[in-house]
Design a protein around this ligand. Structure first.
Ligand SMILES: [Zn+2]
Length: 116
């Protein structure tokens, strides 16, 4: 599987959630970088024991270089990182995520049970 490394400009800017980081992400990734920045700013990145999850219109499961969103699978054909992967990679550098000491799979099963 392809691995998506963050470019130097983003790594350098990943110190604070500020305009510098916004600009680096936008220049490198365009609209997807911009979206990634807003996920970071709004703290929509959650770390479970098994996966990272990004909260957007839906919840997207990110596993290193894979994401469950349509953009990644259909538009990008898993060749380039989507906004969620960019967000998670940047969040990891900055330790900017909420951490849950539980498995996302268990959490999902709980949610399904509640709906019944
Ligand atoms: Zn995605």
């Amino acid at each position: 599987m392809k691995s998506f490394k963050l470019p130097e400009s983003v790594v350098k800017a990943a110190k604070k959630i500020d305009y510098k980081l916004y600009k680096a992400l936008l220049l490198e990734y365009g609209k997807r970088g911009e979206k990634a920045f807003f996920y970071l700013r709004d703290r929509n990145i959650k770390k479970y024991r098994d996966f990272f999850v990004v909260i957007g219109k839906h919840e997207y499961i990110v596993d290193n270089n894979f994401c469950t969103c349509r953009d990644f699978q259909f538009n990008l054909k898993a060749k380039k990182p989507c906004a969620h992967i960019i967000a998670v990679k940047t969040a990891k550098l900055m330790h900017c995520y909420d951490e849950y000491d539980t498995y996302y799979i268990d959490y999902m099963v709980g949610e399904w049970r509640k709906r019944k």
